[in-house]
Design a protein around this ligand. Structure first.
Ligand SMILES: [Zn+2]
Length: 386
């Protein structure tokens, strides 16, 4: 094909000018079929932006790029076509949207490959759509409804924050799933200690049942992921599925830590997140509240909050945290953990954190200030502590 060049006239030039106008490289309103100086300048700008050789003429390569550029997101259904993938500006826009929201769409290269298709399927799953990896009218509708406000967070997490905002400050009727770690054939961390044999599984079960009692008294529906002596140890993925199937509002997993060095001690709280900064905003908030309340009320050393992509945190569809409540291998931490009064303080801290999760951020209260024993009366009266 002979390149279309300055001085040419005809429908092909009109077509080129239309695409350049839609890309805002030519002023709108201009109609004409002449490849004039203005058109040449716009073609050069287009070639530059697409990494093509800049000659101001429309040969096969530039024609193909202009053709791909014609597509606006939503104008056609996008899917993973084999062996000739769909290419276009619409694909690039979609990829950019997915990346902004934290989906792994790879590079925004304008090619609808398998990775883009998988990212679309993930988005569809989280939006309650059929996860077929095809971007048609329903998926476009969902993207449009989300608008531009979802940046740096998946819609699932936006929904979590929305659900929490709408719930109001009351705990009554919420469902909290408490997950005492390990159990069954897996005792977790074991520390032989004179006549006593403290296992992580036993200590976290005791904490879980105390927490269950406190939360239930505040009107919360509580479910534990295991009993005191289960036959087998439930994998983390199953614990997450259990919380999902119960429609839990909050998920709290309890563990204790251990280290070869007996000097290692302190409390740490984990929420979902990845190395490239994708994080569950509500999970992070809950983790921060749990961590600060525990540090303030127990004096355990502050080992901070951390983002992890563990199954337990990744697969749960609600704000989820895992707390490592001190080191059983630390003589200091262990002495505290075996004291039931200390365990009560830990439990009060977690209840206070869950309550603060439901306070609007602007009405949140200082750490350590909620009197958990009065929570039920406060909740019943429908007032927020100031
Ligand atoms: Zn553990």
């Amino acid at each position: 094909m002979r390149p279309i060049r300055p001085g040419d006239r005809g429908p092909a030039v009109t077509e080129i000018r239309n695409v350049l106008t839609s890309l805002e490289l030519l002023p709108s309103g201009g109609h004409g079929d002449e490849f004039d100086v203005e058109t040449e300048r716009a073609v050069r700008a287009f070639q530059q932006s697409r990494g093509l050789s800049v000659d101001g003429r429309v040969g096969a390569e530039t024609w193909q790029a202009l053709d791909a550029a014609r597509w606006r997101l939503g104008a056609r259904t996008l899917y993973h076509a084999v062996p000739d993938p769909l290419i276009g500006e619409d694909v690039r826009s979609l990829q950019e949207r997915l990346l902004e929201m934290g989906y792994d769409a790879g590079r925004a290269d304008a090619i609808y490959g398998i990775r883009t298709s998988r990212a679309v399927a993930q988005f569809q799953r989280e939006m309650g759509l059929k996860p077929d990896g095809t971007c048609g009218p329903h998926t476009m509708g969902a993207l449009r409804r989300l608008g531009r406000k979802v940046v740096g967070g998946r819609p699932q997490w936006l929904r979590e924050s929305d659900a929490i905002r709408q719930a109001g400050p009351t705990l009554v009727g919420r469902t909290v799933v408490i997950d005492p770690g390990h159990g069954g054939t897996d005792p977790g961390m074991v520390v032989p200690d004179g006549p006593l044999r403290w296992t992580e599984a036993d200590i976290v079960y005791d904490l879980a049942s105390r927490l269950e009692g406190r939360l239930a008294a505040a009107g919360v529906r509580v479910q534990l992921t295991r009993g005191p002596t289960p036959d087998t140890c439930l994998p983390d993925a199953d614990r997450a599925q259990l919380a999902n199937s119960l429609g839990a509002d909050v998920f709290i997993s309890l563990h204790t830590d251990g280290h070869a060095n007996p000097a290692a001690n302190g409390v740490a709280t984990y929420h979902y997140g990845t190395d490239n900064g994708v994080t569950s905003a509500t999970g992070e908030r809950l983790a921060g509240l749990v961590q600060r309340e525990i540090v303030a009320r127990t004096g355990l050393r502050d080992c901070c909050t951390h983002a992890k992509a563990w199954d337990l945190l990744r697969l749960t569809r609600m704000p989820a945290v895992r707390v490592e409540l001190g080191y059983l291998t630390s003589p200091e931490d262990r002495a505290r953990l075996v004291d039931p009064r200390f365990r009560d303080r830990v439990v009060e801290a977690i209840v206070a954190a869950v309550q603060r999760m439901y306070f609007p951020i602007e009405r949140d209260v200082p750490t350590g200030s909620i009197d958990v024993s009065e929570l039920r009366a406060i909740v019943a009266a429908g007032t927020v502590v100031d």
